[in-house]
Structure formats: C-alpha cells, structure tokens
Write a protein that binds this ligand. Structure first.
Ligand code: PMP
Length: 361
C-alpha cells in the first residue's frame, strides 16, 4: 500500500477513481467509450442549468458568495427547513471531509457497514480515528443490529449510506427510527443520501428525521440526479448547531460561482428532473431483466446503478468489457470478486452493454 505523508495514517491508500475516459480511449485505440463506472447521470444537467452556468461565467472575476445563500434559500423552501440547516460544499465528498475534520478526534470510533462508500473509512483514518466496519446481511442490506453491537462510549459517528453504494439497498424507515432511539446521546448518524432522489417515495429521508430531531446529519449531492458531477456541489442538512463546527473548518470560497448557478437553476427545473427519473427507472428495469436473462444475479436497487453478481472473475470480465469500450466498476476493493456496480446508462448504452455481455458469454 502506498504511504501518504502522515506517519499516523500509514494504512491509508489514496482513492483511485475510475480511469479517465480519455486514457482508456487512447490506450485501447477506441473511438468511443461508454462510462458506466461512476454513477454519473448520462442525461446530463437541465438545459436551464447549462444556460445559468454559461451566464455565471461572465462573473468569474468576482468571488462567490461564501455561504451559497441563494442555493440554501432554494433548498430551505423545497424541503421546509431553514437556510441555517444547510451547508453547501464542493461535492458530497467535501461534506464528508468537513464532517470528519469537525467531528473525528484521534481515537474516536467511526462505524459503517461494508460494502459501502470508501470515503467514510478514508476520512476516519486521516483524522486518526478508529474505523469500526461491520458487514451487511447476506442479502447485502445494511445491518443495523450489527452496528448497534459495536457502539461504545468512544463511538463518535455512524455512517449509513441510504440508498447504499454499491448495493443500491435501502434501510426500512421503521427500522431506522428504532435504531436512532437505541443510540446513546453522544453518537451522530451521518446519513449519506447521495442517491436519495432515486429512492421510492414511501421511505422517509434525512429531511424527515432532522425535522423529528433525530441526531442526524444528512448528505446530498448535485452529482447524480441533477447531472452536475463535474461542477462539484454537495450539501449537508442538520440542526443548525451541528453544522457550526463544519462551517468553522470550511474554506471560505470552496464552492465556485458557476457551480452554484447550475445547482440553483437545476432546482428550478423539476420537470427535467422528473423526466430523468422516469427514464432511469425504466432503463433500470430493462437492464436488470436483460442481465438476469443472461444468468447474472442482480440485487434490487433504488439508486441509478445495479449491483450485479456476474458469477465469473470480475477483473477478467472488466477487461473484456473495457476492450469493447464499456467501463463498469468491479467491486474487488470490497473483496467481492464476482460483483460489479453498473451505472444505468441511456437506452443505447444499456443495449450495447447487454450485447457485449452476450458476445462475451
Ligand atoms: N456519497 C456517495 C454514497 C457517493 O456514491 C458519492 C459519489 N460516488 C459521493 C458521496 C460523492 O459525491 P460528490 O460527487 O458529490 O462528491
């Protein structure tokens, strides 16, 4: 494992994102590469967001408003909370960093349920906290009972990713509320809701839990449903006092003017978002059935990706697909050697994936 600059975090390895599409294209001499590896939204942002960002470019010489007030006002209105209950950052990953910077002291224990998003472990190690991973149930659902069993008086944070990356599973609302009630007062639950817009309406979300005063910090992003992964905007929702220490460690101008303009405009285009959602859900169903008829195991997902057991060596399959110009995300980092996470693409991309898989078979 590669050593980073602080001795105390010698076990920390840098996060390696999916290979840049340009590199794959050049290395393999491919004209076109389909990227189903990073849960981006293949439909892109709303046209209104694009034009707002183009306008904002003209004001690039001005520093942005540091608290992203306009965006927080819009979010407060949308979710029935106050502006002070939102903190905007440079992507949800930045919010995770701010939570770690603000809350994790050396020796603090941080619990999360594997397989899940790797940033929770990374920030814990970076802050000299103690990662306390537990493991999902056999159906890959987050195991709340397993989490409760490892809570101690040194537990600082519990990260719950809902819907979970990479499995797409969702924790039942009743179970989550019962779980909150069993936690000692010193514990904060960080509910990562990066994919919440894809979750069925029947579930309660971080917004409801915060209104009910459960000890929750929710994390959201404009990278998925809103199609702005390259613009980098994410936010935290919580009781105002819980955001203060995060505000204190946040760089003043972390979120740029162009990104803020894009995020504000996307919130104003509900119609576009609804279209993205129905197309993604329709395509998810089609891709899931297609994968199942090829004999693969597919977990029910409420996100914009599928967790697939390809029942074969995933590194090998990944390479074969890459040579056909399709990138998926192998789950080998979680020691799941036959699984991959596959982002729902456009109809054309999903068809190409199914065709490629049937040829490899
Ligand atoms: N949380 C989860 C669960 C994610 O999957 C991602 C993106 N892969 C993030 C946070 C980070 O998103 P952002 O692009 O907003 O930094």
């Amino acid at each position: 494992k590669k050593k980073l600059w602080r001795d105390s975090v010698h076990t920390l390895t840098p996060y390696v994102p999916g290979k840049p599409i340009e590199d794959v294209q050049r290395e393999l001499g491919l004209d076109k590469v389909i990227r189903l590896a990073s849960n981006e939204n293949p439909f892109g942002p709303s046209p209104k967001a694009l034009s707002a960002m183009a306008d904002a470019v003209k004001d690039s010489w001005l520093y942005p408003e540091p608290t992203c007030r306009e965006l927080r006002q819009k979010l407060a209105e949308k979710y029935g909370l106050t502006e002070g209950q939102f903190l905007v950052g440079n992507g949800a990953d930045h919010i995770i960093t701010l939570i770690g910077n603000a809350y994790i002291n050396a020796g603090d224990e941080v619990i999360y349920c594997e397989p899940t998003f790797s940033s929770y472990e990374a920030i814990t190690r970076l802050m000299d906290g103690v990662p306390m991973p537990v493991y999902s149930k056999s159906n890959y659902e987050t195991d709340l009972d397993a989490i409760l069993k490892v809570v101690t008086n040194r537990t600082k944070l519990i990260f719950i990713c809902n819907p979970n990356n990479p499995t797409g599973t969702v924790v039942d609302t009743k179970d989550l509320i019962a779980f909150f009630k069993k936690l000692p007062n010193h514990v904060i639950v960080v509910l990562d809701e990066a994919y919440v817009e894809y979750m069925n309406d029947s579930y309660q979300t971080g917004v409801d839990f915060i209104k009910a005063e459960y000890p929750v910090i929710a994390i959201r992003t404009f990278s998925k449903y809103y199609g702005l992964a390259g613009a980098r905007v994410g936010y935290a929702i919580a009781k105002e006092e819980r955001l203060e220490p995060m505000q204190a460690v946040k760089q003043t101008f972390a979120v740029n003017r162009i990104a803020i303009a894009g995020a504000v405009a996307s919130l104003e285009d509900e119609v576009y978002g609804k279209g993205v959602l129905s197309e993604t859900k329709k395509e998810m169903q089609r891709l899931k059935s297609g994968l199942e008829s090829l004999g693969y195991g597919v977990t029910d997902s409420q996100a914009n990706f599928l967790f697939v057991d390809f029942k074969t060596d995933i590194t090998d399959l990944f390479k074969k697909l890459m040579h056909k110009g399709i990138l998926i995300r192998p789950c080998s980092a979680w020691s799941l050697n036959t699984h991959a996470r596959v982002t729902i693409g456009t109809a054309e991309q999903n068809t190409k994936l199914l065709t490629a898989l049937s040829q490899i078979n």
